[in-house]
Design a protein around this ligand. Structure first.
Ligand code: NDP
Length: 267
């Protein structure tokens, strides 16, 4: 009988932006599966305790905390070097670090636009260039990028973020083609609303308001639900999935029949 292989034991993974939220859950999930994880955020005070908690848990994988702002290419180079020095190789890269502020397009300054593009898109370029080089020279690997449903459709108030997240989807597809010959699969996850500290700050949705995972009828998710998808995508079970974007947003919006009035038609 065929048994699917969801294993990540013995792999080395870099997870960016792992001091909290989705990134932390991804790091914990991969470590619980036996992967060694190099995790980063902008502050050792915030990322260090996450690595300590992983190392003190029953997870088989070890954790390395690195202070790294993913917008800074030199810092990303150090992250990659420290990971190889600690664990010998890189098999998995999860480009998770990201963020946004909400503002109408006309109120976003050039500096605001560039900050959000640097954080959400150019950081993925830095990490993929530098960690990808190690994967391609070695045995290949798997990259997972975090996009968003706001990169898949209109995102009022988040034009900068939506543009960056849309670009990630196309970059994912292109890299999947360019690097397939080097044994690197590149995929993407586009979450809908996920209850994280970032979302609590932006939308005021606290943990206590969260319906359980078992509930199908919802449009908000838990960080672990994204982490489970990432674990699947980097495992051998996803060997035929390349260049794809997996949307995780709960119940889809219903397609309502529209009247001629709704369509602006004079009938
Ligand atoms: P949070 O705001 O809760 O956490 C963001 C993480 O990224 C933190 O660990 C933060 O650490 C780190 N980070 C921020 N800036 C940088 C930087 N310049 N360099 C390195 N690390 C950084 O985010 P979420 O968990 O909510 O989101 C994670 C990813 O998922 C993002 O890419 C986001 O766009 C995407 N996403 C989230 C959704 C949601 O509803 N939550 C929906 C769709 C997509 P520190 O502050 O310590 O640097």
């Amino acid at each position: 009988m065929h048994e699917p292989d969801f294993g990540v034991a013995g792999e080395t993974a870099i997870v960016t932006g792992a001091s909290r939220g989705i990134g932390r859950s991804i790091a914990e999930t991969l470590a619980a599966g036996g992967a060694n994880v190099a995790i980063c955020s902008r502050s050792m005070d915030r990322i260090g305790p996450v690595a300590d908690a992983i190392d003190e848990s029953e997870a088989d994988g070890s954790a390395l905390a690195v202070e790294c702002d993913v917008r800074d290419r030199d810092a990303v180079e150090d992250l990659v070097d420290e990971t190889v020095e600690a664990f010998g190789d890189i098999d998995v890269l999860v480009n998770n670090a990201g963020g946004e502020f909400v503002a109408p397009f006309e109120d976003i300054s050039q500096n605001g636009w560039e900050t959000i593009l640097d954080l959400n898109l150019t950081s993925v370029v830095h990490c993929s260039h530098l960690a990808g080089a190690v994967m391609r020279e070695g045995d290949g690997g798997a990259i997972v990028n975090l996009s968003s449903v706001n990169g898949q459709h209109a995102a009022p108030g988040e034009s900068h973020y939506g543009a960056a997240k849309a670009a990630i989807i196309r970059l994912t597809e292109t890299l999947a083609v360019e690097w397939a010959g080097d044994g690197v699969r590149v995929n993407c996850v586009a979450p809908g609303l996920i209850q994280t500290p970032g979302v609590a700050e932006t939308y005021g949705i606290g943990d206590e308001a969260m319906p359980p995972r078992e509930e199908a009828d919802r449009r908000i998710g838990h960080p672990e639900e994204v982490a489970d998808i990432v674990r699947f995508l980097v495992s051998p079970a996803a060997s035929l999935i390349n260049g794809e974007t997996i949307t995780a947003k709960g119940v889809p919006p219903a397609g309502n029949a529209m009247s001629s009035d709704d369509l602006g038609l004079d009938t």
